[in-house]
Design a protein around this ligand. Structure first.
Ligand code: MEV
Length: 434
């Protein structure tokens, strides 16, 4: 019976029993897989159980540290939560190179979030505009209980506009609001404001002559993850000779990096993968610091497509004797709220970074993204990505093949000079096990 009513009401044990009975033929091994991740510390386990609905286990990700990030003259050891073997190693290598070459300099370009009430209006748009002017001060007033604390911290609602979208969709309008959420990502704050706006927007029609409440149909009120006005930039610069000296065996290494970025900027097939590499680093920091990486990803890829053509997040050029490297990226993140003061590892991660405010964390993340891109391009234009990647992945392959510690040591030594892939590792183990 794979259908169930009231699954969420079952205890954790009963949920697991039901799953094992119905999907694993009562197999006890499946139960063991889930339960082996339970934490003995019942308080900590309860905290994680309460994060979500229908929790049956915990899902571990490696929590790594990338030290030596010099950003705006300050050294950071950056927490990264990611399972992909070579990402942290690449970030560390890049951080080390750039630390020896002045580090990253980063700045916030602008920092504004936004959200919309999407609605249909059947009447004349001129009347709607008049009504909007009438109701706008009320939108600010009636949300003051929600915005009071944010205002005390220097943030709040910045602007509320009416936008006519009827050219795109019949009778479609938006109330478009912008916000400063200071150190919070601000999703709850923005959504609460928007839902209150929607209520006031409808209710106040009774106080205005030429608008009929029934002509307005509110569809939804929600923040936008498209944040083109919440932008951070990070730069790194060194001399062309210095960069070339990193790979003397590769002719024109610096020029190759510049060419690789130019290719990503003009070709979507390469561009998406190039940006994915940037996001390897940014998502890992986002997860470690309790930020919503889905929101970041959605916003970033829309941002790089804003001209109608998908582009690279990073830029690289050579001017005279200088290699100039930069990233400009929308990052709507927070260092307070959400799970930031609940999840012990997230709290640890933020403390490790010196309890940054959201500006600082944006600058750290942008720098890590640039470093990550540098690491990927450096491999791609020299040895190729597989050498470093498979070196890091070797241990996973060995684990998959149940290699013991002695076999692992022998394999690591052997594969220093041999190509690593599934077949070669399997063959190596077969031979030494003979
Ligand atoms: C792999 O996770 C990321 C890369 O593909 C990025 C890139 O190609 O630039 C190596």
């Amino acid at each position: 019976m794979k259908n169930i009513r009231g699954f969420s009401k079952l205890s954790k044990d009963k949920k697991i029993n039901w799953i094992c009975e119905n999907f694993f033929k009562g197999n006890k091994e499946a139960e063991h897989v889930l339960k082996q991740y339970w934490n003995d510390n019942s308080k900590l386990q309860k905290l994680h159980d309460d994060f979500s609905e229908n929790v049956v286990s915990n899902y571990y990700l490696p929590f790594s540290i990338a030290p030596n990030f010099l950003i705006n003259n300050k050294i950071y050891a950056v927490p990264m939560a990611i399972e992909e073997s070579s990402v942290v190693a690449a970030a560390c290598n890049s951080a080390k190179f750039w630390k020896e070459n002045g580090g990253f300099s980063a700045q916030i370009i602008k920092k504004e979030k936004n959200g919309q009430i999407h609605f249909f209006f059947k009447g004349k748009s001129i009347e709607l505009e008049k009504y909007f002017s009438f109701v706008k001060p009320k939108l600010f007033q009636k949300t003051s209980p929600i915005t009071k604390n944010m205002q005390k911290r220097g943030g709040g609602i910045k602007e509320i506009k009416l936008i006519d979208k009827t050219k795109d969709l019949k009778n479609y309008y938006q109330i478009f609001a912008t916000f400063d959420t200071i150190d919070a990502m601000g999703a709850n704050f923005i959504n609460s404001c928007l839902e209150e706006f929607a209520k006031v927007f409808i209710e106040s029609t009774s106080e205005f002559e030429n608008i009929n409440k029934n002509d307005i149909q509110i569809v939804m009120s929600i923040l936008s993850n498209y944040v083109p006005d919440c932008i951070v930039r990070a730069n790194a610069t060194c001399s062309v000779e210095k960069l070339n000296s990193l790979h003397p065996e590769t002719k024109n290494f610096t020029k190759k990096i510049v060419d690789a970025v130019a290719i990503a900027n003009c070709d979507i097939s390469r561009g998406v993968t190039h940006n994915k590499g940037v996001m390897n680093g940014i998502d890992a920091v986002a997860i470690a610091t309790g930020n919503d990486f889905r929101a970041i990803e959605a916003g970033v890829h829309a941002y790089v497509s804003r001209s109608g053509k998908y582009q690279s997040l990073t830029k690289a050029k050579i001017i005279g004797n200088k290699f100039l490297y930069s990233i400009e990226i929308p990052l709507s993140i927070g260092t307070i709220g959400g799970v930031t003061d609940l999840h012990p590892l997230v709290k640890f991660a933020l403390e490790l970074l010196g309890n940054p405010n959201s500006d600082d964390l944006m600058m750290i993340m942008a720098s890590v993204g640039l470093a990550q891109n540098f690491g990927a391009l450096r491999s791609l234009v020299t040895s190729g990505i597989q050498k470093g990647h498979m070196k890091m992945h070797l241990i996973n392959l060995l684990n998959k093949l149940n290699a013991n510690e002695n076999e692992k040591e022998l394999a690591i030594e052997h594969f220093k000079n041999h190509k690593i892939n599934n077949a070669s590792v399997e063959l190596f183990l077969k031979n030494i096990r003979k």
